[in-house]
Design a binder for this molecule. Structure first.
Ligand code: HEM
Length: 152
């Protein structure tokens, strides 16, 4: 169960990043060109937020079963636990913030009057979410917790 969740969580990261990049690209193009906010744009807005929510659920489940997180709680207060603290606190809080930002952006965009305002709202909020996610991913070059690009 743990191994499966870890693989799923690792792979889903690419879907989260890909959908966000695609949504931001469409929002930028729509905003710059002043085009209409189509049904497809609306579906992209909706599915991007939904994919982030799925990752959130998988992340929380992983948090509950991860031996790494269990060790973190067993050793709270001790020094030299960078990798554990990263997953125990930083990753959780940053990703939660990013997904809240994406959710707010998606909800606000839905309620805007004009297509241009919808694109602008999506562009701003999704971009902020993306930056937070990029910073909180344990990339192979991360000084806090290095993890592979792909896990099978
Ligand atoms: C967009 C959101 C998120 C992305 C892109 C993301 C991405 C990742 C990646 C790439 C890893 C490394 C996986 C590996 O070792 O191959 C990871 C690990 C982990 N993530 Fe997330 N994550 C997200 C949200 C969350 C959330 C909300 C939680 C919940 C608390 C969470 C909990 C964890 C835990 C506990 C680990 C380490 C598990 C272990 O090694 O035992 N993640 N995450």
């Amino acid at each position: 169960m743990y191994a499966t969740l870890l693989i799923l969580h690792s792979l889903l990261r690419w879907l989260v990043l890909g959908s966000l990049l695609y949504a931001i690209g469409r929002a930028y193009r729509g905003y710059a060109a002043g085009g209409a906010f189509t049904k497809t744009d609306n579906a992209v807005r909706h599915w991007t937020a939904t994919i982030a929510h799925v990752q959130l659920m998988v992340g929380f489940t992983l948090y509950m079963v991860s031996p790494l997180v269990k060790t973190f709680f067993a050793r709270v207060g001790q020094n030299g636990q960078t990798g554990l603290t990263f997953f125990g606190v930083a990753h959780l809080l940053a990703m939660l913030t990013a997904i809240v930002v994406i959710t707010i952006g998606s909800a606000l965009a839905k309620r805007r009057e004009t297509g241009r305002e919808r694109f602008k709202t999506m562009l701003i909020w999704f971009s902020i979410g993306l930056v937070i996610i990029l910073l909180a991913i344990p990339w192979p070059f991360s000084p806090f917790a290095a993890r592979p690009y792909l896990r099978f």
